[in-house]
Design a protein around this ligand. Sequence first.
Ligand code: ADP
Ligand code: MG
Length: 475
Amino acid sequence: MSKTAQSVWNNCLEFIKDNIQPQAYKTWFEPIVAVKLTDNALSIQVPSKFFYEWLEEHYVKILKVSLTKELGETAKLVYIIKMENTYGNKQPFTEKIPSSNRLAVKSQDVDIPLNNKSPELKNPFVIPGIRNVKIESQLNPNYSFENFLEGDSNRLARSAGLAVAAKPGGTSFNPLLVFGGVGLGKTHLAHAIGVDIKDKYPEKTVLYISAEKFTQQYIDAVKKNNRNDFIHFYQIIDVLIIDDVQFLSGKTGTQDVFFHIFNHLHQNGKQVILTSDKAPVDMQDIEQRLLSRFKWGLSAELQNPDFETRISILKNKLYRDGVEMPEDIIEYVAKNIKSNVRELEGAIISLIAQSSFNKKEITIDLARVIVEKFVKNTKREVSIDYIQKVVSDYFQMDVDTLQSKTRKRHIVQARQLAMFFAKKFTKASLASIGSQIGKRDHATVLHACKTVDNLSSTDKQFRKYVEDITKKLSI
Ligand code: ADP
Ligand code: MG
């Protein structure tokens, strides 16, 4: 049977999926469409230039390996960039770029607009007079990209943010959803995008608002009987930034109005930026139609910063405050406060304050006292590694066995318990738990949590396992 673009690509995907993080796979590979296979060159369609650049920078090796496996040493990869900018004034276009070997000539051909069917969707409010209503952006200029230090933990979200700021409404990242735990920089990044857009496009109306305030405004509007004014106000915005959308869970009225505003903005090529403390798959009590809208664009996670990033964040902060601090103390703080940038900054601010108010020298001992306070106050979070270790010790197996693909019942149970505790004791998403415990997907973790819940209410022995391990983890 001869190979088709689809079959070749499917095999590549299978290989790639096994070798990268599930979130990355979802973000960068699921949106790709295999287009054609000619002369041993596979053409794949990607949604934007940025997308292509990202693939080339981060995944070119694995693409090459997988493609060579399928098509041999002479395999080639051609990217077709297809922007489906159906509503903005930019024409959708396709651009063909060969993979890094850059053999083919770059060609550019204009594609037929996919959708120009709804001219009546033109916003009645985009007329000069009313357009002049001045809307305060509510942006904090201190939260800039310059101050948002880059690291592995935030590279995807930060780059996507920059791409959006360069072309608001003109990338496939619409909406851009930035998610991650507390104090990891969601609010900062959201402001940075807004600030940068205001800088580049002063005429654009940008609005930053927390989901909480949005909800409050909506409730007030309903009370005062001007729900329509509320909607119209939001419909004239060019760049809408809503922080902490998880706050909308369970609030159906607000979700409903947001849904309409969102659709209107999106259809008119306006940019929507959202932040949330969870990935869309983990959000609860948010209507399905909204969740599916969230997934239209890009969901980018902010993860815990690694040691180097923590050091550079601290140094940057000290530099901006004009404070000097010995290297070993900076390292001590960065080593001990790991999961939250806000606390990292808090500790350094306390240190500076203590030393200047009490005229004490900043010593490692003083640092120790302050870091202690921070770490103690914030109930230490157990790590997924630690949970896996405790669970495997309890069942007298090693961690590799616990993670293995086997279906042996006692091993499966141990693995499910580890997943259950990871969900219970950490803030990690289902997807991230799955990838850390034997490279499983989020559905497997969800299933594990349910199974453990069921078994602990029906099976005495099993309940004892849960209680014992809970004790071990709580010490
Ligand atoms: P979140 O909204 O995720 O809870 P914030 O955006 O409020 O977190 O960030 C907490 C603090 O950490 C802020 O002071 C922010 O400036 C700082 N911060 C977070 N990430 C970074 C980063 N990458 N570089 C510099 N500062 C950061
Ligand atoms: Mg925040």
